[in-house]
Structure formats: C-alpha cells, structure tokens
Design a protein around this ligand. Structure first.
Ligand code: SF4
Length: 391
C-alpha cells in the first residue's frame, strides 16, 4: 500500500499504567535446528547500522513513557558488545527510572566480563538459552555451547551480582528419556537459578527440521513427568514457566501495553481520542485507509509490527503493519492467556452463556473461582477449556 492511500491522525492514550518495552536483537552465532525466530548468523556486518536503526525507531515511538519492565531478546543479545549496550542504555536512561525488571537473553558461551559490565549498566535479570546439559543433545539441536560452558556462565552470572537467573530447557526431543531429563534437572537444580522456562520441541516451518517429525518424541507421559519434576523445585506460574515470575511476561499475559523495537518486533497499544495523559500527545499515527473510521470510534486497540527482514528494517525502521483488535478479540486473549497462568481472568468479561459454561467446568473441578477471577487447575488444559467456554 502506498503512502498516499493512508490517512493520518493524531492520537492520545488514556491508559494510566506504564507500558513494557521489548528490544529485538536478531544476531546469532549459529542457527539451531529447530529455530523459527527472526535470527540470522550471516549479517554480523550490520550490527553498527542496526543500532542506528533501533535508535531511530526508539526516538520515533517513545516520547515520555516510563517503562515498567524491559526485555532484550533475540536472536542472541549477548552477541552484541558492551559498547552497543552502553549506547542503548544511554537512550533508555530517561525512561527506566522506575523500571522494576530489565532482562537480557544470553548464550551460555558469554564471558564473565560481559556479564559484569551488563549488570553494571542496570540489567537485573538474565536468561540463558541452555536447553540441556547433555552434550549429545546440544549437538543434536545444533547449539554452539557445551554443558560446562553453561554451568560456568550461570555461576559467573551469580558472581557478577545477578540475583534473578533463568535458564531455558527444551524437552520432547527424539533423544529425551527419563534418565536424560533427570540429569538435566539435577544439574539445573544445583545451580543458583531462580527460574526455569521449559519448552516442548515444536517442528516448525522455515527451520532446518521443517517437516521432519522424527526429531520429536511424542510421549505425553514423559512430558507430564518432566513438568511435575520441575514443579517439585520451582512453582509453575504459566504453562512453560516456573519459579520467580518474570514481570515482563506476566505483563504480556495480563494485556499490558508494550512497545516493540527492532526487526520483527511487535507492539500492542490502546489509543483513545482526547487530551493525552502520559507521553502520547500529538502522536501522529499512520493508519490504513478504510480500516479505521475515527469519526465513529474513540478508541482503538491494535498490534503493530516492524519489518521482519533486517535489510528492510534498516531501510525503514518506522514502517509498521497494523492488526486491529476488537473487544471480542481481547476477551478471547484474556481467557486463553489467563487460563494458561496464575493470572486467571475476570468473570465479568463473559456473557451469560459463557458464564454458564464456566459454572459447569467449576462443578467438574476443572476451574475454580477466587476473588471474582476464574483460574484453571491445570494450565496444560487451557486450550481446551477456553475453546469450550468461548464456544
Ligand atoms: S540461539 Fe536462539 S534465536 Fe539463535 S538460532 Fe538458536 S534458538 Fe534461534
């Protein structure tokens, strides 16, 4: 769509809460066989230009916002130098004065010096893409670190002053057995971590393993056993997350607004016409002609997407595609995401028919009510339960 087919409007927001900030780093040292993320191993020469592009987008998108949390994800953010982050935190500084949590994702081959410098810049949560402590499994996944590197990196993060340390584990690969997964957890539990994210392997399109389902193990009993084992040490607060909750992710699942910076990043905002309360005054927003009739609507909820392709993003970091969401869409997300986590959802968002179905599920002991919120006993059933409630 060409620019002359778009309308321009000024918007303000009436949301009085603080948004979240996500920054995407698309660079990686090697491409994992299962990876469908927007990450690349052959564009390292673009790192300098990438900073200039995210700076341009940040200055365009961020006005007076104070961020509640920041998450620097990827890709592999630890492939970027400390100097990159010094410049980045120079940009962020006026917006993170009251920030509760700043997370960065790292590869386990990260040095102690890098961890210490990043901690000094203000990062207070670190997340390591460990996946396993089994050498054969790491090679199978095409991870480029060894088990001992992962152990050292976590111990170094603690030594550098991090109190909030996550490690990611992957399960349901063809190599997984009770013995292998037990050993992974035994090592994980012996380390100074506060959180585990455990992801079941999915075979996705546009990955090296696309279409090859032999790489995955389909063993529900093993999956449940693994989840229960993690829960013995770290309480489950979301379908894949255990331990001290990540405030940033809780914000996503609660439906907080967020700004997404970087190639392929996503933002989520609710804007209303009126006098701006915090930071969105006179914001000019380009909307596709015909989809958004501001004469009749005072409120708009939408996701916006930057260019996924890094070259396209570098050319135009402030070009967005929009996805508009209705209140019905938001309701579905609240039910679905609420049932996958400790958040639950407020009963009053449902219509009468939906409330009746909730009562049936409460009688069947699949759901329970606590302070006007509906929760699932088993997060793994969230898909089926929300489909039934919303019919
Ligand atoms: S390190 Fe993460 S983002 Fe990079 S290729 Fe592996 S899974 Fe994908």
């Amino acid at each position: 769509m060409t620019d002359n087919k778009r309308k321009k409007y000024n918007f303000t927001t009436s949301n009085d809460d603080f948004p979240l900030l996500y920054i995407h780093i698309p660079f990686c040292d090697s491409k994992c066989n299962y990876c469908a993320f927007n990450s690349y191993t052959n564009i390292n020469h673009l790192k300098k230009e990438y900073f200039e592009a995210i700076k341009k987008q940040f200055l365009n998108d961020v006005k007076k916002e104070n961020f509640k949390t920041v998450f620097i994800g990827g890709g592999t953010p630890s492939t970027m130098s400390v100097e990159f982050y010094e410049k980045l935190f120079g940009l962020l500084a006026p917006h993170i004065k009251n920030c509760r949590e700043i997370t960065i994702e790292c590869n386990p081959n990260t040095s102690y010096e890098w961890l210490r410098e990043i901690k000094n810049l203000g990062v207070n949560r670190i997340s390591f893409g460990v996946q396993s402590f089994n050498d054969e499994k790491l090679k199978f996944l095409n991870r480029n670190h060894s088990p001992s590197q992962a152990i050292n990196a976590i111990q170094n993060a603690k030594k550098a002053g991090f109190e909030n340390i996550n490690l990611d584990l992957i399960y349901s690969t063809a190599l997984d057995t009770k013995e292998l997964l037990s050993q992974d957890l035994k090592i994980a539990f012996s380390l100074p971590i506060t959180h585990i994210s455990a992801y079941s392997l999915t075979i996705e399109e546009n990955t090296k393993w696309e279409g090859d389902f032999s790489k995955r193990k389909y063993d529900e009993e093993l999956e449940i056993w693994f989840i229960e084992k993690i829960k013995e040490k770290f309480p489950q607060y979301e379908i894949s997350n255990f331990g001290k909750p990540c405030e940033h992710n809780l914000g996503y699942w609660r439906g907080d607004e967020y700004i997404g910076i970087g190639a392929g990043a996503v933002g989520f905002r609710e804007w209303r016409m009126g006098n701006g309360e915090w930071g969105m005054e006179n914001r000019e927003c380009t909307m596709y002609n015909g989809k958004w009739d501001m004469k009749n609507e005072k409120r708009k909820i939408f996701r916006y997407y930057t260019q996924n392709d890094v070259y396209e993003y570098l050319k135009n970091p402030t070009k967005y595609n929009y996805e508009y969401l209705s209140l019905e869409d938001i309701k579905k997300e609240k039910v679905f995401l609420g049932l996958r986590s400790i958040l639950g959802f407020e009963e009053n968002i449902l219509n009468e028919e939906e409330k009746k179905r909730v009562e049936i599920l409460i009688e069947e002991k699949k759901l329970f009510k606590k302070q006007n919120k509906i929760h699932a006993y088993d997060f793994l059933l969230a898909d089926a339960l929300s489909a039934y409630i919303l019919d």
